[in-house]
Design a protein around this ligand. Structure first.
Ligand SMILES: NC(=O)c1ccc[n+]([C@@H]2O[C@H](COP(=O)([O-])OP(=O)(O)OC[C@H]3O[C@@H](n4cnc5c(N)ncnc54)[C@H](O)[C@@H]3O)[C@@H](O)[C@H]2O)c1
Length: 258
């Protein structure tokens, strides 16, 4: 079960964190993995590690916010592999602050990467997926897509759009055999979280790590591998009946009272 043999998968933001775990797992399951990221060093290192372990991966330095760049890259991947089966829209950035603490610059930055980036990649992917008879798009949303979390105005707005986009794409491409779903994690321990703690709680990183861990009723943060396992299921043929769905993976955050 859950094989990705003979499938080409593009994973954005896969140089580290959740995307990196997805790239590693998808390659082990047989996919030709294409890692797309702005972080050349970690992206290339991740691809090298995968290839050294005997699986297939390539790194591409690209910005999801640049439509021309994404179209050219996806077309090149399709032409070289003669297929384009899976897109994981995972690249994302955050901003901290309420509405009246969010600058126009921060708002534009978050929306450009998180929303326009998903749009650019999905747009480039659907025409190629149509040519190979279908495909799967998986969008990385968040628990903030469906609930209010303090001090996350721009980020929440962007992830709400990612979830709505998921439903819209799933509806419009039913006849093309393109499935589209979203994953909504609560806090997952990645460089994203470590960077946040370093920037906002210098010297108190350990203490605040514990505080953030306890905000999940289960008592800890998620691990990137746990998100990757759900991503694998949703992108596999075993999930063929699933489209237009959102999957919280949150240690009980959205449903359990502590
Ligand atoms: N970590 C969490 O707690 C958490 C929770 C819910 C949702 N998410 C979402 O999961 C996704 C991955 O999060 P993570 O924690 O692994 O983040 P991360 O910061 O560890 O990794 C994100 C990657 O995206 C890349 N990236 C950023 N902007 C890009 C761009 N314009 N073009 C190409 N690549 C770009 C970065 O270089 C980085 O390698 C994000 O969309 C995030 O919003 C994370």
């Amino acid at each position: 079960m859950f094989t990705l043999e003979n499938k080409t998968a593009v994973i954005t933001g896969a140089a580290k964190g959740i995307g990196q775990a997805i790239a590693r797992l998808f390659s082990r399951q047989g996919a030709d993995v294409h890692i797309l990221d702005l972080d050349d060093e970690n992206g290339q290192r991740t691809a090298n590690e995968i290839v050294s372990a005997g699986y297939s991966a390539r790194f591409h330095s690209a910005n999801v916010a640049n439509q021309r760049e994404i179209f050219d890259l996806f077309t090149q991947i399709f032409n070289e592999n003669k297929r384009f089966n899976i897109l994981v829209n995972n690249a994302g950035v955050a901003a901290i602050g309420k509405l009246d603490e969010t600058t126009e610059e921060d708002f534009d930055r978050v929306m450009t990467v998180n929303v326009k980036g998903c749009y650019n990649c999905a747009l480039a992917a659907v025409s190629l997926m149509k040519q190979n008879g279908g495909g799967v798009i998986l969008n990385m949303a968040s628990i903030v897509s469906t609930m209010g979390i303090a001090d996350r105005f721009a980020y929440s707005t962007s992830k709400g759009a990612v979830l709505s986009m998921t439903y819209s794409i799933a509806r419009d491409y039913l006849d093309e055999n393109i499935r589209c779903n979203a994953i909504s994690p609560a806090r997952v321990h990645t460089p994203f979280v470590d960077g946040y703690l370093k920037q906002h709680y210098p010297g108190r990183e350990k203490e605040m790590f514990e505080v953030l861990s306890k905000t999940q009723p289960i008592g800890r943060m998620g691990q990137p591998d746990e998100i990757a396992a759900l991503a694998l299921y949703l992108c596999s043929d075993e999930a063929g009946f699933i489209t237009g769905s959102n999957f919280p993976i949150d240690g009980g955050f959205t449903t359990l009272k502590k």
